[in-house]
Design a binder for this molecule. Structure first.
Ligand code: SF4
Length: 380
């Protein structure tokens, strides 16, 4: 049986590459990781406190809490595996998955419905989360540990990220590329989904003492012995376009047979505002929405916010874009050599964005940031 250790890990050194949970445990890399080292290296500008304090909540917390408490889970038309042996929360570090983690701890009916037996929370580090997201993850790991819930943060050192995709900026730097609104992205798949499912195969192999593993064999064996794994994903009501079609032909056979993905917030009609209100109502901190700092899906107002509060991050993004443009300037005609926003370069987009948001105060920018942004490129 896997018992995840609570060892302190220096998560930024890339010296040891464990191949399995067992190996990772020996090296101390499977963990409730302490993120001090990550946080200390991830930027020197913190969120504007004054703005955080004034973030507005329009709903009556008590009323909302009551709504959540009175949900009759039986009456909801949710099809879940009967008593799943293993439930997994795919944690993104943002508001939706944070709401689910709190519900798992605070709400007995919810826990019984979605995680009646074994439960593990898993997050994969993209290497480009906001400093406050890393701080929030650290806090949530401690919260999970206190409530006897395993929480695993997969960092590149654990060897579940591929050699090509060790981190978002690392990939861009090495390949002289940059994510663009104009092209299909594979970052979510490579930095989040794949590491989580690679890790999970090792995890179930060890925890349920399975005979086989590798090439997803453990998933087949697990499903034959224990039924489907319930994978909870934090997508709120109103964001259903991020939900994968369960009949999608691209879903691999092993996954169809062994994993059932569920969206508890959609099931319960919890939209972004109710989720925020719920977190606040139980006295917890509302985190930033989860997306990478230099996600090509940022809006113009978020770009202004980034440049204002994390100028070094913005400047590096400009450099990465320039590297990409220079690399292809002899190969592709200028019209087709696209940057993050397409034909316009980041500095030009920023100027435009500043003009468009000229009437927004820092606080308003922060409020906007708090209710926008997701890792949107793969369907879950
Ligand atoms: S947040 Fe954006 S950049 Fe990061 S993995 Fe998701 S789509 Fe890619």
């Amino acid at each position: 049986m896997v018992k995840v250790q609570t060892k302190k890990v220096v998560a930024t050194k890339k010296t040891i590459k464990p191949k399995s949970v067992a190996q990772a445990k020996q090296t101390g890399l499977t963990s409730f990781v302490t993120l001090d080292s990550v946080i200390s290296q991830s930027g020197d500008i913190s969120l504007p406190e004054v703005s955080a304090k004034r973030f507005k909540y329009n709903l009556n917390f008590k009323v909302q809490e009551k709504i959540l408490d009175e949900i009759n889970y039986k009456s909801l038309n949710i099809s879940l595996p009967e008593e799943p042996q293993l439930s997994v929360l795919s944690f993104g570090g943002g508001q939706d998955s944070t709401t689910i983690l709190h519900l798992l701890v605070e709400n007995k009916k919810f826990r019984k419905k979605y995680a009646p037996n074994d439960l593990v929370v898993i997050m994969s580090d993209t290497g480009n989360e906001h400093p406050s997201t890393y701080q929030h993850v650290d806090k949530m790991m401690k919260y999970a540990k206190k409530n006897d819930i395993e929480f695993v943060l997969i960092t590149p050192e654990m060897n579940y990220h591929s050699d090509k995709w060790q981190g978002l900026k690392e990939f861009y730097r090495r390949t002289n590329t940059v994510g663009s609104k104009a092209f299909r992205k594979t970052c979510t798949d490579n930095l989040k989904l794949k590491p989580i499912y690679r890790y999970l195969e090792d995890y179930i192999h060890e925890k349920y003492e399975l005979d086989e593993k590798g090439r997803k064999k453990a998933y087949y064996e697990y499903s034959e012995k224990h039924g489907k794994i319930l994978m909870m994903v934090g997508i709120a009501k109103g964001e259903e376009k991020r939900i994968a079609d369960k009949d999608d032909k691209n879903i691999p056979k092993w996954k169809k047979q062994s994993v059932q993905v569920s969206y508890p917030l959609v099931d319960m009609n919890i939209d972004r505002m109710v989720a925020q209100t719920y977190i606040k109502s139980i006295g917890q901190t509302i985190p930033l929405p989860s997306n990478c700092m230099i996600c090509p899906y940022l809006s113009k107002a978020e770009l202004v916010w980034l440049e204002k509060f994390y100028p070094s991050e913005y400047n590096e993004w400009v450099k990465l874009e320039k590297n990409k443009i220079d690399k292809y300037s002899d190969i592709i005609e200028p019209e087709k050599n696209l940057g993050v926003w397409g034909k316009k370069r980041l500095p030009e987009v920023l100027e435009e964005a500043k003009r468009e948001t000229v009437n927004m105060t820092d606080e308003e920018l922060f409020d906007y940031k708090m209710s926008h942004g997701h890792c949107v490129m793969s369907k879950y």
